[in-house]
Design a protein around this ligand. Structure first.
Ligand code: NDP
Length: 386
């Protein structure tokens, strides 16, 4: 019998975390769990840590540690709390670490996992967007393997297998366009958080659902693709594909376009990363293309959805600018979800912060975190004075 592989899930209580653990549950004996982490959902974290006999469970919000300790009493699972404990747990290393924390909060633990080598299955796009070259250099330095879990990047990764990137003509990221893709500007200004988080095709956490509605998700993904697949920004493009069946495409110089298709279920790309370079079963229904009937495509509209333009410009500028874009977006999305700003203010506010703050290029993790923190402070200040 083969030894189980070790696995840590950073952000175990979230949407990607749940999909990952669903697959693990179905592969009895294949995995030994090192660390499971959450922000504040101590009860769910304790339940999962107990079920999967994790070595350690960590809540980033230290105030929840007593609750976690109590829930894990007598189970043999270690409990810890606070950002430093989160990094320490990630630094225990595992054969595979699924980075599924939302936002730049996931950057330091993801970097700690990278420093141990091993496979990093990356869902936490904000970490790569913010750290860019700092993260890709650490991956190279520590001999880690970065596997994209984001469905688009996982699709591109699959379409590139066995091919030489120098023959790539275009990489095309598909975008569902989100729940507001057909809304007028007037309707967008009145969009509510409840409407924004109701994605037509995917069941995801609140932040990425809002990002999907503003198209910042695709903007962040453009920057993510720029780092994962260095074919040049001018070879990356975005197309709206409302059915979310074609997850992305690679067109080669000879005119061949390879695409990856699949159901809108994150367990497919997560399984691809967990099993890589092999394949594993998932419980997902196979595609029924005859029932789907039509696959349609159209251009993006950067007048109504300026996020992809802002992201492309940030990627062109490089250095610390993508970290500023990400931080300003995180603050704006939280404010929108909290009812403080309107939907269309999100992009306006991000643009404002980008125009006001040009940091020096970060050279290490602490530089990136400093840029992130300063950009957040400026974004909050802007809201207070607006
Ligand atoms: P969720 O909001 O569902 O889950 C986020 C997870 O991160 C939870 O475990 C949460 O803990 C934890 N967390 C939140 N804030 C912090 C913090 N400050 N410190 C430590 N942990 C924290 O997010 P998703 O699963 O939807 O998304 C996770 C990442 O994956 C995002 O970067 C997203 O862009 C990316 N992604 C998601 C997809 C999806 O289908 N959901 C698809 C592709 C990419 P708690 O439960 O305690 O709050």
């Amino acid at each position: 019998m083969t030894e189980p592989r070790t696995l840590s899930v950073l952000g175990a209580t979230g949407s990607v975390g749940a999909s990952t653990l669903d697959l693990v549950r179905r592969q009895s004996g294949a995995w030994r769990i090192v660390a499971l982490t959450a922000h504040s959902n101590a009860i769910e974290l304790a339940r999962l840590a107990h079920e999967f006999s994790a070595e350690i469970a960590v809540v980033a919000d230290e105030a929840r540690l007593p609750e976690l300790r109590e829930a894990l009493a007598g189970t043999g699972v270690e409990a810890a709390g606070g950002p430093a404990a989160l990094v320490e747990a990630a630094a225990r290393g595992a054969d595979v670490t699924v980075a599924a924390i939302v936002g730049c909060a996931g950057l330091a633990p993801t970097m700690a996992a990278i420093e141990q080598g091993g496979v990093i299955a990356l869902a936490n796009k904000e970490a790569l967007v913010s750290a860019g070259e700092v993260m890709t250099a650490a991956v190279a330095r520590h001999g880690a393997t970065l596997l994209p879990v984001d469905s688009e990047h996982n699709a591109i990764f699959q379409c590139l297998q066995g091919n030489d990137a120098q023959h790539v003509h275009w990489i095309t990221l598909t975008a569902s366009g989100g729940p507001f893709r057909d809304w007028s500007w007037e309707q967008l200004t009145a969009a509510t958080p409840a409407q924004a988080i109701k994605h037509p095709n995917w069941d995801m956490g609140a932040k990425i659902s809002v990002d999907s509605a503003t198209m910042f998700n695709k903007g962040l993904e453009l920057i993510e693709a720029h780092h994962l697949f260095p074919v040049g920004l001018d070879r990356l493009r975005i197309i709206v594909h409302p059915q979310s069946i074609v997850h992305s495409m690679v067109e080669y110089r000879d005119g061949s376009t390879l695409a990856q298709l699949g159901p809108s279920d994150m367990r497919v790309p997560i399984a691809s990363a967990l099993a890589w370079p092999q394949r594993m079963d998932t419980p997902c229904e196979p595609l029924d293309l005859a029932a789907i009937g039509e696959l349609t495509f159209r251009s993006t509209d950067e007048e109504r959805f300026p996020a992809t333009r802002l992201a492309r410009e940030a990627a062109q500028e490089g250095g610390g600018i993508p970290a500023v874009l990400n931080a300003a977006n995180e603050v704006a999305v939280a404010a929108f979800l909290d009812g403080q700003i309107s939907f269309t203010r999100i992009a306006a506010q991000v643009e404002h912060v980008l125009n006001a703050y040009v940091p020096p290029p970060p050279g290490c993790l602490s530089d990136v975190l400093a840029v992130d923190s300063e950009a957040r402070a400026r974004a909050r200040q802007l809201m207070e004075t607006a």
